[in-house]
Design a protein around this ligand. Sequence first.
Ligand code: NAD
Length: 386
Amino acid sequence: MMNYYPYFQLAPVLFGRGVAGQTGEVVKKLGCGNALLVTDPGVAAVGAAETVRAALAAAGVAVTVWDQAQMDCPEQTVRDAAAVARAQKVDCVVGVGGGSVLDTAKAVAAVSVNGDGVLGEMPLYLAGQKQYAVPPLAVIEVPTTSGTRSQSTFVAVVTSDALDCKIGLPVHPAYGVVDPLLTRTVPQDITAYTGMDAFSHANEALTEQKASRHSDLLAYEAIRLIRDDLPMAIADGSNMEARENLAFASNIAGISFNESGTHIGHSIAHALGHVYHLPHGVCCANVTPAVIAFTARTYPEKMKKLGELMGAVFSSDAPAEIGRAAAKAVREFAARVGGPTFRQLGLDEEKVLAVRDAVWNDALAHAYGGSFTLEDVEQMLLDTLG
Ligand code: NAD
């Protein structure tokens, strides 16, 4: 852990049941009046996009709805939406949806005013070697899942054509409007895997290089809430107390990992998700126990605390034992909330090891707050199979 650290929250968040109805006031307060509302067909079908569109219109904000966002934010969708944003001369982008939509909204905010060329140079923007010529439009994010918390993080995760993988494009949100009522329609399977995505953010934030007392505090509390409320929300999707706690948990996990970060787990999840076309949260659920078993070597106290929260029983305080028992408890939790295992999805030793070099060469993996070798990556990949 660093001896000194900043703590902050990237953007203000309006949180609570029904606050989606105030999105128009939020947009106006930011000085905007002509919005592109970005969403996807699934979110449009359950009425969440219409709730926000109506709120914007009621506040006198002009709105153009673009509902063609796709899973994992392919580049072409950003180009398509950015063209609409330019044609309508919008002054802000409102994302209403899960992480894929929120990331699309962020990317559109940068690309619409700086040109499609931004998409070909994402690594330079991510590394801080290139700055936007024009500041991105204001982005107001209205999440409808309790997973990514893109509204609290500094990047849009975009699937790059040139790199054939996911990469972060830095775009700061201007405001988050987190209304747990919008998550009520999330189906059981997506509730499970978005919850495990949030869990993975909290877990990795504990052991990234920039982890601090502040980011740790948020991460442990997120884990505690997910432990209690994810099974309840899966058992009864209309349990609004559980939904609200999950929305809060995923939001504070997002703040925690924006301050600290994610690392090897997300690098593995991105690589496997991309190659085998698996939902991000499903990858996180399978990868997280493997990461816990490994990071306990360097961070036994933190992984013991995480394990205790998850009901692990330790036979000794040896780091390997802490890692084994904490990983087992989290693997059992993931099984209980019902996500498929990698083996059930057809992955085997050869398939997981195929992404070994991609993970090793990924800068994100090396944000881990400890050392590791290529052999460690191999072991973690094998451990994802349970
Ligand atoms: P998602 O946005 O891909 O959505 C999954 C499905 O859920 C879609 O079919 C969508 O229509 C549906 N859905 C969303 N809300 C719904 C609702 N209320 N009711 C019914 N259906 C609903 O899923 P996600 O897990 O939220 O996001 C995953 C993406 O987020 C990945 O691309 C990942 O890379 C990205 N991500 C970004 C960050 C970041 O910091 N920017 C962090 C983590 C993950």
